[in-house]
Design a protein around this ligand. Structure first.
Ligand code: ADP
Ligand code: MP5
Length: 281
């Protein structure tokens, strides 16, 4: 049961905790807050993490993840939700069970696989479970380039290949996909959206910085917050791209490694439009 009468937009993240505060649950809740959505969480794993890397991963039992979702849904209600780090098949399966049982939607699936520092966040054996369980339930899937390559089994070094991959991901049952461009080379970071009808691109200048820890989490959380408010998908993605670009463009310079992005930059630099979209949304 989802209560929709409230005027408060309620967004749920189901993801891993990042003690360093730049990615995972922490990035998601900060983003929800900045975009005026009420944030709630179901934690899948506790990571011991800072800007230097992931130093430990402690998975929670699938049952504990499910009970957090139950508690949130049965009392507070959910207008939109996202998933992030889910490290194994049993957690993936129980989340899919709850999404179907409560008809939770719209669902944004960020198929987190590997941290920027190289740590494996999704067991290799669970990759096919992700495809079979959560992707068919998704309003939007948001792979980065390496994740889109794993999902499709193809090298995606041309725009045509990325368009074909987007079609392939919709064939898995998702309603829409954004293949993010952070891992592309060149002077722009272009995200490619396919909604089953047409392709759209969202482009920003590539910002030269090592402080990109949590960009993917932040982007998918911003889409989720906007969907919770009832925005159409294209508009939600455009705002999310603007949010993450400002967060990267105004770094906080924290930590000795890959630092977090600046979640309050979207609000602080509200008059700066830094991205372009095609066709215009
Ligand atoms: N150096 C950069 N300059 C501008 N935008 C970037 C940069 N790196 C990532 N982004 C943007 O941040 C978002 C997350 O991208 P990406 O890095 O591909 O995901 P992930 O964090 O999942 O690896 C996308 O909207 C992407 O375009
Ligand atoms: C708990 C958690 N979730 C997601 C990421 C991915 O973020 P990034 O790719 O920027 O390391 C992470 N490092 N930790």
């Amino acid at each position: 049961m989802i209560t929709t009468s409230s005027r408060i937009s309620r967004a749920l993240t189901i993801a891993g905790s990042d003690s360093g505060g730049g990615a995972g649950i922490q990035a998601d809740l900060k983003t929800f807050q900045e975009l005026n959505a009420f944030g709630m969480s179901a934690i899948t794993a506790v990571t011991v993490q800072n800007t230097l890397g992931v130093h430990g991963i402690y998975e929670l039992d699938a049952e504990i993840v499910a009970r957090q979702i139950d508690a949130v849904v049965e009392d507070l209600g959910v207008d939109a939700l996202k998933t992030g780090m889910i490290s194994n098949s049993s957690i993936l399966e129980i989340i899919a069970d709850r999404v179907k049982r409560y008809r939770l939607s719209p669902l944004v699936v960020d198929p987190v696989m590997v941290a920027k520092g190289g740590a494996l966040l999704l067991e290799k054996s669970a990759q096919h479970t992700l495809v079979n369980t959560l992707i068919p339930l998704a309003r939007l899937v948001t792979p980065n380039l390496p994740e889109a390559e794993v999902l499709t089994g193809k090298r995606l070094n041309t725009e045509d290949a990325r368009k074909e991959a987007a079609r392939q991901i919709l064939d898995m049952g998702a309603e829409a996909v954004v293949i993010k461009g952070g891992h592309l080379e060149g002077e722009f970071s272009t995200d490619l959206l396919f909604d089953g009808e047409s392709f759209h691109t969202f482009t920003s200048p590539r910002i030269s910085t090592r402080h990109t820890h949590g960009t993917g989490c932040t982007f998918s959380a911003a889409v989720t917050a906007e969907l919770a408010k009832g925005r159409p998908l294209l508009e939600a993605v455009r705002i999310a791209k603007e949010f993450v670009t400002r967060a990267i463009a105004h770094p906080l310079e924290l930590g000795g490694g890959h630092g977090p992005t600046n979640h309050w930059a979207f609000r602080q630099y509200r008059n700066q439009t830094v991205i372009s979209s095609s066709p215009r949304t």
